[in-house]
Design a binder for this molecule. Structure first.
Ligand code: COA
Length: 370
C-alpha cells in the first residue's frame, strides 16, 4: 500500500488581537451596566447579579493570554458583546471561503505545490456558515481545482477527522493530493456575556495538504490513526436548521456555545490519555519514542494532565506538548495543527502525535514520522 504524508500545513491569522485585559475590561463594564440596569430585580431577588471576570483567573484556569478575532471593536463594546461583519453578496467570496483560501495558499507555498496539483478539497470545521453549496466547493472554484470537494463537521476534531478522510482516499487511490481546510470563526458561536466562557475562543484558519508521494521539504509520513467518539451533552451548540420549525422562541444565549467545563475536563482527559496510550501500544511504541505531542488547544492544565498520564510524573516535561493557547486561545479544530505548524523541530526518523479532542466527545490521534 502507498505511503501518505502531511506534505505541509498553512495558517491564516486575523489582524485583530485581543488581550485578556482588554476582553475582561469590556466584560466587567458589561456586568456593571447589567447590574445597574437590573438593580430592582436583583434587590428583589428575582434575578442574580453578575460577577466580574478576572485576568488572573483566566490565565490560571486556562493558560490563555490573548486571541485573534475577525472584528474587535464591536466585540469589546459592552453594549454589543460580539463581532460585527458586513453580509456578503452571494457572488462574492464568503468569509469562510476567503480565510480558507488564505490558509490554503500558505500550505501550497510551503509544499511547493500549485492548485492544479490538488485532487480534492475537504472543508472541516466546528461551525460551517451554510448548508449548501459547500464552502469546499466554493474554495475549489476560487482556486481552480478539479476533482471533488465537500464540507464536514466534527467539532474540535474536525481537522484530524478531515485528514483521516483524506488519508483513506489517498490510500485507496481515489486521489493523490488533498487539501483539508479548517476555517474556524469561533467568535460567532461564543457567548461573550458568559463569565465562564467569554475568554475561551479565538479565530483562525488552518490548512493541511495530505499527499501520497511527496517532494515537500516539510513533509511527515502518516503512520496511523486512532479515533473514538463518546456521546456527551457537556459541550453543546443548539443552533441548527430545525430551530426554525421548533415550537419555541429561542433566546440569543440558547443558540450559542455552552459547556460544563469542569465535567469536560474530568471526562475528556482520561479518555484522551487512554486513547493515545493504546495507540502507542498498538504500534509497539513507548511514550519515549514520541518527540512531540501536538495536543488540542483548549486548556493548558488539561494538556499537562494528559501528558502526565501518558509519560508519568517523573518524566513529565511540558515542552513535549507545545502550547499555543497563550497567543491563540481555543481555535477549535485548528488548535493541534497550529501547535504542529509552529513547534515542529522533528529530525528525520523522529515521531510525533497530533491529537484533537472536543465536542461529541470526539478524539483523534495521528501518529507521524518526519
Ligand atoms: N473570572 C473569575 N472567576 C471565575 C470566572 C471568571 N471568568 N469563571 C469562573 N470563575 C470562578 C467560578 O465562579 C468558581 O468560583 P467558586 O470556586 O468560588 O465557585 C471558580 O472560578 C472555578 O470555576 P470553574 O468553572 O470550576 O473553573 P475551572 O477551573 O473548571 O476552569 C474552564 C474553567 C472552562 C477554563 C475549564 O473547566 C476548562 O477549560 N475545561 C475544559 C474545557 C474544554 O476543553 N472545552 C472544550 C471546548 S471545545
Amino acid at each position: 500500500m502507498r505511503e501518505v504524508h502531511i506534505a505541509s500545513t498553512g495558517l491564516w491569522i486575523p489582524e485583530h488581537k485581543v488581550s485578556n485585559d482588554e476582553l475582561i475590561q469590556s466584560f466587567n463594564e458589561y456586568v456593571d451596566k447589567y447590574n445597574e440596569d437590573n438593580k430592582d430585580s436583583i434587590n428583589e431577588g428575582s434575578i442574580k447579579a453578575l460577577e466580574h471576570s478576572s485576568t488572573e483567573f483566566v490565565e490560571k484556569a486556562s493558560g490563555i493570554k490573548s486571541r485573534y478575532v475577525i472584528e474587535k471593536k464591536h466585540l469589546l463594546d459592552p453594549n454589543f458583546m460580539k463581532p460585527l461583519i458586513e453580509p456578503r453578496d452571494k457572488n462574492d467570496l464568503s468569509i469562510l471561503a476567503e480565510i480558507g483560501v488564505n490558509a490554503a495558499k500558505d500550505a501550497l507555498d510551503r509544499a511547493n505545490l500549485q492548485p492544479k496539483d490538488i485532487d480534492a478539497v475537504i472543508v472541516s470545521a466546528a461551525n460551517i456558515s451554510r448548508a449548501y453549496p459547500a464552502i469546499a466547493i466554493e474554495i475549489q472554484n476560487e482556486l481552480g481545482i478539479k476533482g471533488y470537494a465537500y464540507d464536514m463537521m466534527v467539532a474540535c476534531s474536525s481537522a484530524t477527522f478531515g485528514i483521516s478522510n483524506a488519508y483513506s482516499d489517498i490510500k485507496t487511490e481515489k486521489a493523490d493530493t488533498i487539501l483539508v481546510i479548517n476555517p474556524e470563526i469561533t467568535t460567532a458561536h461564543n457567548n461573550y456575556t458568559d463569565r465562564e466562557a467569554h475568554f475561551i475562543f479565538g479565530d483562525v484558519a488552518a490548512a493541511t495538504i495530505v499527499q501520497g508521494e511527496s517532494n515537500s521539504p516539510v513533509k511527515s509520513r502518516i503512520i496511523s490513526f486512532k479515533q473514538s467518539t463518546v456521546f456527551s451533552n457537556n459541550i453543546r451548540n443548539e443552533k441548527g436548521f430545525i430551530n426554525f420549525i421548533e415550537n419555541k422562541d429561542y433566546t440569543r444565549d440558547e443558540l450559542l456555545f455552552k459547556q460544563n467545563g469542569k465535567k469536560v475536563f474530568k471526562d475528556v482527559c482520561p479518555l484522551v490519555a487512554e486513547l493515545i496510550s493504546e495507540h502507542l501500544s498498538e504500534e509497539d511504541l513507548s511514550h519515549r519514542d514520541i518527540k512531540k505531542f501536538w495536543l488540542h488547544q483548549a486548556n493548558l492544565n488539561m494538556n499537562n494532565f494528559i501528558l502526565k498520564r501518558i509519560v508519568g510524573d517523573d518524566e513529565f516535561n511540558a515542552d513535549k506538548a507545545p502550547c499555543v493557547l497563550d497567543e491563540f486561545a481555543n481555535t477549535s479544530s485548528a488548535g493541534s495543527l497550529i501547535a504542529y505548524h509552529r513547534h515542529n523541530d522533528l529530525k528525520p526518523g523522529d515521531k510525533g502525535i497530533i491529537c484533537s479532542f472536543g465536542g461529541g466527545y470526539s478524539i483523534c490521534s495521528i501518529l507521524v514520522e518526519k
